[in-house]
Write a protein that binds this ligand. Structure first.
Ligand code: SF4
Length: 229
């Protein structure tokens, strides 16, 4: 497992739990607004942390932390993700995985083996816009397969979209609403320009709180639980 970073505690990343966050290094997408460029662009990768060090930390924090979130980058491109997750669970932690949905086989395997307790999947936009939004070659069916298998998994999950105003309009969001109709939870994430993969995106903005709330109300026709974060 290529570990690009460890956040030792978070009160907000795993709903209702105190967690550590492990950042995997490497991603198969190139979203221009990505706020973890050092985990995505090989030219600026930092040095990886040792698994040993991370597990030594997790062993010490047993009883103080409830869970571990594995995020990225994109965790599902790590060839040893399953073994890594098993080791974390052996220590008694719940596991949340954040994914871009490009590898439904990997997620399905974890779901079937009951190795994941919470899934957060990015929905980048309407399926037809994925190539443009992620600046990558995306197999659209794989995104749809991920959505379908997560929705029937029986595991708590959320779908979420980071909203850059120039990229997504109301119609796009309503199209997403149809794509994930009756999902358990849909989160509209405000884009915050701190660091971006494409430096020109540092000047981009999200919608106002009022605009996002209005979008949320419209989306609730298709998805009962929508939140703005
Ligand atoms: S936003 Fe997520 S999927 Fe997109 S490049 Fe960054 S880590 Fe990859």
């Amino acid at each position: 497992m290529k570990i690009g970073g460890l956040q030792k505690v978070s009160l907000i990343d795993y709903p209702g739990k105190i967690c550590a966050i492990i950042f995997s290094q490497g991603c198969n997408f190139r979203c221009p607004y990505c706020h973890n460029p050092e985990l995505v662009d090989p030219d600026i990768y930092g040095e990886c942390q040792s698994e040993e060090g991370v597990f030594s930390f997790l062993k010490k924090r047993r009883g103080k932390l409830d869970a571990v979130t594995i995020t990225g980058g994109e965790p599902t491109i790590q060839h040893d993700l399953e073994a890594f997750v098993k080791k974390i669970r052996t220590l008694g932690y719940l596991v949340k995985i954040d994914t871009n949905g490009s590898n439904p086989e990997v997620m399905n395997n974890l779901i079937k083996k009951k190795l994941v307790d919470y899934i957060a999947m990015d929905i980048k936009g309407p399926i037809q816009k994925y190539g443009t939004l992620t600046r990558s070659q995306v197999v659209e069916e794989k995104i749809q397969q991920s959505i379908a298998s997560i929705m029937i998994s029986g595991i708590p999950y959320e779908f979420r979209t980071t909203i850059v105003k120039s990229q997504l309009n109301l119609d796009d969001l309503l199209t997403i609403g149809k794509l994930i109709k009756n999902a358990r939870l849909y989160v509209l994430q405000q884009f915050i320009a701190s660091k971006t993969l494409d430096l020109s995106y540092i000047h981009e903005v999200t919608y106002s709180q009022l605009e996002l709330e209005a979008m949320k109300q419209k989306l609730m026709k298709d998805i009962p639980d929508v939140m703005v974060r």
